[in-house]
Design a protein around this ligand. Structure first.
Ligand SMILES: [Zn+2]
Length: 441
């Protein structure tokens, strides 16, 4: 299969010096075989006219909980622990596998429609998440969140092993599996040690929440005498490739500790703002050469999963926090959502930029729109003006999954209707009433 995208503005994300220029992209099967200005000497199966559009690597959502979308807008304006302990965990206990399938499908469609081609997910019923990704042709890392108190017989650890065998490298290598201890405060040391041993055994990266709130850090110091990242380092975490969600309260000492290691903090600006968790020292970490990537967190703590909002916030929020308008420049924010995400996924050889030989995960963005005119500096247009709805076409692994804002292989109406139906049943099981549009406190 040979697809040509022609007359498109190219933002390869290879370096800030690579100026945007008009050119073509040739995709052969699932990889980019030519990019820029070139002579074409082969027959084509498909031509996409890129006039009025910009092509860039698909966005990477490096931390999310896709199966949570049935609880979107269910409980808000609460503190993290109140939200988790009194609202989310009780309702979650009624979730069934099929709820997670439809919830993840809906959420992935939101990702695709707004230009995200890859995700790093953490939840349960992860086979359902894998199936939903397979249906859509989406790329992702699936991880079974491990929480000791809900896993007294350590079945979830075994589940991770099985999940790895079943899905790692499957769906044309679009799916990968990581080991995911939820957080140090939900995995006491003996349990955590078993989880780290499993990551050793499977030789796979780790996905974890670290230092999300001030309280978490305080309790860790009180209980074990160390901050969460120091405590985890002490247990050998830094010998692994680590996708570390949040790191809001990472200390200077911890920054020194993780520097030069395969440690990838994931900034989730909307979720941190909404749960009032604080501000991660993003520019400090970036200036120390730490690869900070971007995520949305789950649909019930954000509550959207549109990466353009995270790019926008990562850039403007850190300027205010640092009292420095040169902090996290537009290009750096875009890099966090592409190149840095590919590194966090441990797939930088295949993803993150538009380069010959890389996998064809490409998005086309409508730039001939009111809110992006005039086109002085398209990097700024993307970081400061772009909306999810500007994403016109999405290609994942060489396959078109969204064309002219429409899904190619799934019926949007059917998915919305099923999610509504499943949500109603979920609330019924929990003894709650679901009245659409009404808060049922
Ligand atoms: Zn999370």
């Amino acid at each position: 299969m040979k697809t040509l995208i022609k007359n498109v503005l190219l933002l390869p994300m290879t370096s800030e010096e690579d100026l945007l220029e008009k050119g073509d992209i040739l995709i052969e099967d699932n990889r980019i075989s030519k990019v820029g200005k070139f002579y074409l000497d082969c027959e084509l199966d498909l031509i996409i006219d890129g006039e009025g559009m910009l092509a860039m690597p698909g966005l990477i959502n490096s931390h999310t909980h896709l199966g949570m979308s049935l609880m979107r807008n269910y409980a808000d304006d609460l503190s993290l622990m109140d939200w988790l302990e009194n609202k989310i965990w009780p309702l979650e206990s009624y979730l069934e596998a099929e709820d997670v399938y439809w919830g993840a499908l809906l959420n992935m469609m939101e990702l695709i429609k707004t230009g995200t081609t890859s995700f790093v997910d953490m939840y349960f019923y992860m086979d359902e998440v894998a199936k939903a990704a397979e249906k859509l042709g989406m790329r992702g890392v699936i991880t079974r969140g491990l929480v000791a108190f809900s896993d007294p017989e350590e079945k979830s650890i075994e589940e991770t092993r099985a999940l790895f065998k079943r899905w790692n490298g499957k769906a044309g290598d679009k799916l990968r599996v990581m080991v995911a201890p939820h957080a140090p405060y939900t995995c006491p040391r003996p349990y955590m040690e078993k989880v780290l041993k499993l990551a050793d055994e499977l030789n796979c990266p780790i996905h974890i929440h670290l230092s999300e709130t001030e309280d978490e850090v305080k309790k860790s110091v009180e209980e074990v005498g160390l901050t969460p990242i120091e405590y985890m380092a002490n247990m050998g975490l830094l010998n692994h490739h680590v996708v570390a969600a949040h790191c809001v309260h990472i200390t200077d000492r911890e920054i020194d500790l993780v520097k030069g290691k395969s440690f990838y903090p994931i900034n989730n600006p909307t979720s941190n703002l909404k749960l009032a968790s604080g501000f991660a020292p993003v520019s400090k970490m970036l200036s120390q050469g730490i690869n900070v990537a971007l995520g949305t967190d789950g649909a019930s703590s954000n509550n959207h999963t549109n990466m353009w909002e995270e790019v926008h916030l990562a850039s403007i929020l850190n300027k205010a926090v640092d009292k420095d308008p040169t902090s996290v420049r537009a290009y750096e924010a875009l890099k966090m959502a592409t190149v840095n995400g590919a590194k966090a996924m441990n797939q930088i050889d295949d993803l993150g930029t538009l380069e010959v030989g890389k996998k064809a995960d490409i998005i086309l963005i409508d730039i001939d729109v009111l809110h992006m005119r005039p086109h002085h500096r398209l990097i700024s247009s993307l970081a400061y003006c772009a909306q999810g709805s500007d994403v016109n076409t999405v290609i994942i692994d060489g396959e078109i999954v969204l064309r002219n804002h429409q899904f190619v292989n799934v019926d949007e109406r059917e998915v919305i209707d099923n999610v509504e139906k499943r949500t109603r049943k979920l609330l019924e099981r929990a003894g709650l009433e679901y009245r659409e549009g009404v808060i049922s406190e």
